[in-house]
Design a protein around this ligand. Structure first.
Ligand code: ADP
Ligand code: ZN
Ligand code: ZN
Length: 715
């Protein structure tokens, strides 16, 4: 311990306080302040920082006492400005989580700690805070929250395993296999087992919270009261965020449902963490501390003895590998327990997959005739179809045939996308927008044309193709609608558009991956992916995994209501238009065979020494020129070799390369990949490297910033 009395110039107690300092600042992780009273670690305080007063968290004393003053020179520590009364200190589980995340993702402790707190904590005075706190009250233990439904044999087995073992668990269940029912059961169990227990449910996207929230609320509000369930996501107002945060921290909330940020909530007594759609890339934060909430959930669960339940129909290959069952060669098996629920319950069978060879179709057909016929037939019978294309806008580029001018973004190494609705050219990377020119800006040719297609064009084209189709029994014209980032910009727009689909006002829904995930459409019986091939040959080794997951999820939107499908009489279908009908990915998809696809991908990754068999980090540099960005990365690598950093012999540093989209908003971007079979070696290397990177930075004029991404999702 660090006895404060040993420092003669300071009256009272020395506190080590985490405050939000930018990672590149020269300040250390913790700042020292004086306090007239001792305050336990975790106490929320206001402290002076420069001319400002900021929020801080009293931290554990460093194990190595830090020199507070140079010998012989008296130092006056600044005193803390105040304590946030009435809020219990953040417990050691929370502090350990924050400290781990900061260390693992190579960020400052204070930055991670303060980013994890609701911003409004800073702004409220003592009186306002007291009023907020008084409104909190804790919920009783549920007595009857366990639904009296008959579980399927697969569900019953999964539930029994989860009760009997510590986990973590990977619930591998088809869409509609009843995973959510298993989550709800386990939550009820956890809450009943202990009067103060809390559960955290993570979902990948805000869009998916309202549906699940309604379901959780319907299940638990009767027994626990409405206040026992709170949500946490970035779409909330600061006041709502504070309210949810206080409810979780005080224990008044028994269930927290949130997006990735919720993994950093403070809990009074966390007993269970559910990570739904655990494979989803949205769990990875893409700025600041680039944490993965799924991975932190596993860490947090282990650290504080909370059960962790991951669920997916298409698990990440990391989780799949970590949950491999024991075999003769591998008697230990993986670290997670895999639970398999292959059968759909509420829904009927998974849709039949039909692969259309575009090489055999009329040239330039956007919809192959058999697909168009199938859509038409379904629509005529009043069924709904979903058409998926992962590119929004009308066309990805405008082109002049006379001089080969293209609608390039002036600030990025990317084309500006043609949006017909408002006749604009918009860059999807930097947002730069301009009006569509009347003639070619380079040669004056009035005949400039779009190349390729996006959802906007697909919607228009399909509406034209279905112009004369009549929907029975109403006898009205078929209606095509589109849902993507462009149509849902306004608040509430997505809900409104989904409501129209649910109400049956839309016959064919065109959209991006936004509509493939999670939504419970009751009358969709046909799903089509019109151009899925792009990801097959991507430079990102995770692209096939993502494509397979997306297509499986999209397939899961079809035939969700077994009763409806039976009444209509035609089994649900998933159509794929491809130029590579023999590709093994599609062959596995046709059989809905995730295990086969995963085995093939894992074999490839093992051979190539890629995750999950190796661990990666990226260092990225943004600069005025590509040369400067790459020079910084090369110099940083050289410095690491010269200094013989710990772990270096086990870490492979690849040469710097430009990013796939090399220039964005006038800034050149380069990255360097680091790979190691040993996670500890990579971690030791990265930690030691920080100081060298900071030291290297001033030598590179024109360098805008650098950052480290540990376990990157996209290479
Ligand atoms: P998943 O989360 O795997 O997609 P859900 O839990 O949402 O699956 O279940 C799909 C549908 O089946 C839901 O409408 C749900 O209410 C219903 N369901 C789940 N389990 C059962 C069961 N044991 N008996 C009857 N219906 C069930
Ligand atoms: Zn031209
Ligand atoms: Zn741009």
């Amino acid at each position: 311990m660090n006895p404060p009395d040993a420092l003669p110039t300071i009256s009272g107690h020395v506190l080590h306080v985490a405050v939000s300092t930018p990672m590149h600042s020269q300040l250390g992780d913790l700042l020292s302040y004086a306090s007239s009273t001792p305050l336990p670690p975790g106490t929320l305080v206001r402290v002076p920082l420069g001319a400002r007063e900021v929020l801080g968290v009293v931290w554990d004393a460093p194990s190595q006492p830090q020199p507070v003053a140079a010998p012989g020179r008296p130092v006056q520590l600044r005193a803390i400005a105040g304590v946030l009364e009435g809020i219990a200190p953040l417990d050691q589980h929370w502090r350990r989580l924050v400290a781990f995340a900061a260390r693992y993702y190579q960020r400052a402790l204070g930055e991670v700690a303060l980013a994890a707190l609701p911003p409004q904590l800073r702004d409220l005075d003592a009186g306002q805070l007291q009023r907020r706190l008084r409104r909190m009250q804790s919920a009783p233990a549920p007595e009857n929250a366990i639904e009296k439904i008959a579980y399927s044999a697969e569900q019953a087995r999964a539930i029994a395993e989860i009760e009997a073992h510590p986990g973590p668990f990977l619930l591998f269940g088809s869409t509609g296999s009843g995973k959510t029912e298993v989550y709800l059961h386990c939550i009820a169990q956890a809450l009943m087992a202990e009067p103060a227990a809390q559960a955290l449910i993570l979902v990948p996207e805000i869009n998916l919270t309202p549906q699940l929230e309604a379901r959780v609320r319907a299940r638990f509000a009767p027994a626990l009261g409405d206040a026992a369930l709170v949500t946490m996501h970035s779409g909330m107002t600061p006041a709502q965020r504070l309210k949810s945060w206080l409810a979780a921290h005080s224990g008044a909330a028994r269930i927290v449902l949130g997006t990735r940020m919720a993994i950093f909530a403070s809990f009074a007594s966390l007993a269970l963490i559910v990570v739904d759609e655990e494979h989803d890339a949205s769990y990875k934060q893409q700025e600041g501390a680039r944490y993965n909430a799924r991975d932190l959930a596993l860490w947090r669960g282990r650290e504080q003895g909370a059960k962790v339940l991951l669920g997916s129909a298409t698990p990440s290959l990391e989780s799949w590998h970590a949950s491999r069952p024991p075999t003769a060669d591998d008697p230990q098996g993986g670290r997670y327990q895999r639970l398999h629920m292959p059968s759909r319950i509420g829904a009927g069978a998974l849709p039949r997959v039909r692969i259309v060879d575009m090489g055999q179709q009329p040239r330039r057909a956007i919809f192959a005739p058999p697909l168009l016929a199938a859509i038409t037939e379904r629509v005529q019978r009043g069924e709904q179809c979903l058409v998926l294309l992962n590119r929004r806008g009308f066309a990805p580029v405008l082109h002049c045939h006379a001089c080969s001018w293209k609608s390039d973004c002036p600030h990025c190494s990317a084309h500006q996308v043609f949006h017909k609705m408002d006749r604009s050219l918009r860059c999807h990377h930097c947002g730069a927008a301009s009006r569509v020119p009347r003639a070619c800006p380079a040669c004056g040719n009035p005949d400039i044309a779009p190349i390729g297609r996006g959802t906007e064009q697909l919607e228009e084209h399909l509406a034209a193709l279905l112009r004369n189709v009549i929907v029975e029994p109403q006898g009205r014209a078929a209606r095509v609608a589109r849902i993507d980032a462009d149509t849902t910009r306004a608040r509430g727009a997505l809900e409104e558009q989904l409501a129209q689909v649910h109400a049956g006002e839309v016959d064919v829904l065109v959209g991006t991956q936004m509509i493939a995930k999670g939504h419970d459409f009751r009358r969709i019986t046909l799903v089509a992916a019109v151009q899925p091939d792009g990801a097959l040959f991507s430079s990102d080794f995770r692209a096939p995994e993502r494509l397979f997951a997306l297509l499986m999820q999209a397939a899961g939107r079809a035939g969700r209501d077994a009763g409806y499908v039976a009444a209509q009489g035609q089994p649900p279908e998933m159509w794929l238009q491809t130029w590579h009908p023999e590709h093994p990915l599609y062959a596995a998809l046709r059989r809905h065979d995730w295990p086969a696809f995963a085995a093939q991908q894992l074999a490839e990754r093992l051979g190539a020494g890629m995750p999950p068999f190796a661990h990666q980090a990226l260092i990225r540099a943004d600069a005025k020129s590509q040369e400067v960005a790459q020079a910084f990365l090369s110099a940083a690598a050289d410095a690491a070799r010269t200094a013989a950093l710990p772990g270096l012999e086990l870490v492979h540093l690849y040469p710097p390369v430009p990013l796939a989209v090399q220039r964005v908003a006038g800034v050149e971007r380069a990255q360097m990949l680091l790979e190691s079979a040993s996670r500890p070696a990579l971690q030791a290397f990265l930690a030691a490297w920080q100081a060298l990177l900071h030291a290297e930075r001033p030598r590179h004029r024109g360098l805008v910033r650098w950052l480290v991404d540990v376990d990157p999702q996209a290479i």
